[in-house]
Design a protein around this ligand. Structure first.
Ligand SMILES: [Zn+2]
Length: 296
């Protein structure tokens, strides 16, 4: 197990969530906050599987790859592509006559693919990188409808970014939403976007005092103890969202989110502190998913 590789995967997943959140908050996709949390949690989950983990870790973080390690990586990559519909290769069928059949990607996977590509811009801080990247990867095989959808999203993103940089987001947004709509994909209605929201779409969602109290009441001392036990035994996980808040989710042995509504339970700072205290009493440490640098 390499910590470096683990951190890389967690950071990548969180950047995929940021890309999704951006699309959501600019009304370019028809999704919601729960889908975003689920996406962050399930994206690339197979990278932690037996078939992929060691081979990827060795390939990217080992020194001097042997021919055997190279072969292991090839097999792991094939496993990854065959198990993750957000990869375009998943939808390409090689045929006996040497040709290929390219299937249309369901919209949710096309969006996840775009977020996957764009996540690297959120990592580097240059959200424009994706346009050159896309233009230099013309070998990517997409069904014509999928390509039209992806390119309409890319064009809309580009124009919104430029408009935001020019401080004139508001006027252009509706226009772009109409353009994406013309590709025939259904989009949510475009509400009037308050100016502050347009300028700063990554604000954490504050809890109201009522919500804060509800959360405190819900977490009795007994529930805090039970939750601390489950966090220590890996039955629950504390995750952070792209909005900067914390959620408890139920997970299976493979770390996949099995919470009822896909979203888990939101907690506040007080409950987080109480949980940390309980866990420390049991000799454990809570790692903070939003501030990994504070974890040592
Ligand atoms: Zn992947």
């Amino acid at each position: 197990m390499s910590e470096q590789y683990d951190n890389y995967i967690y950071e990548h997943k969180s950047n995929v969530g940021k890309a999704y959140t951006w699309l959501l908050e600019h009304h370019l996709i028809d999704g919601n906050y729960y889908i975003m949390l689920n996406l962050v949690n399930s994206h690339d989950a197979s990278k932690f599987s037996e078939e992929e983990y060691n081979a990827y870790d060795t390939y990217f973080y080992g020194n001097n790859i042997t021919p055997e390690e190279q072969e292991n990586f090839n097999a792991a990559r094939l496993h990854h592509i065959h198990n993750n519909p957000h990869h375009w290769e998943y939808w390409v069928v090689a045929q006996e006559d040497g040709g290929q059949q390219i299937l249309e990607m369901p919209k949710q996977y096309a969006i996840e693919m775009l977020c996957n590509w764009w996540s690297f811009g959120f990592k580097s801080g240059n959200l424009y990188e994706i346009f050159d990247w896309y233009n230099s990867h013309k070998g990517i095989l997409l069904h014509p409808d999928t390509r039209a959808y992806i390119e309409s999203l890319l064009n809309a993103i580009h124009e919104i970014l430029c408009a935001e940089d020019a401080g004139a987001a508001q006027n252009l947004l509706q226009n772009k939403v109409d353009t994406v709509n013309d590709t025939g994909f259904e989009l949510i209605d475009m509400p009037e976007l308050p100016q502050e929201q347009a300028e700063d779409s990554m604000q954490p969602k504050e809890l109201t005092p009522e919500e804060d109290m509800q959360i405190n009441d819900y977490f009795t001392d007994e529930l805090i103890e039970k939750t601390a036990e489950e966090l220590l035994t890996g039955k629950q996980m504390l995750i952070g969202s792209a909005f900067g808040d914390y959620w408890l989710i139920q997970v299976n042995e493979r770390g996949e989110n099995i919470s009822k509504n896909g979203a888990g339970i939101r907690i506040n700072a007080a409950v987080k502190r109480r949980l940390e205290h309980e866990i420390e009493k049991r000799g454990g440490i809570v790692s903070d998913p939003l501030n990994p640098e504070n974890n040592n």
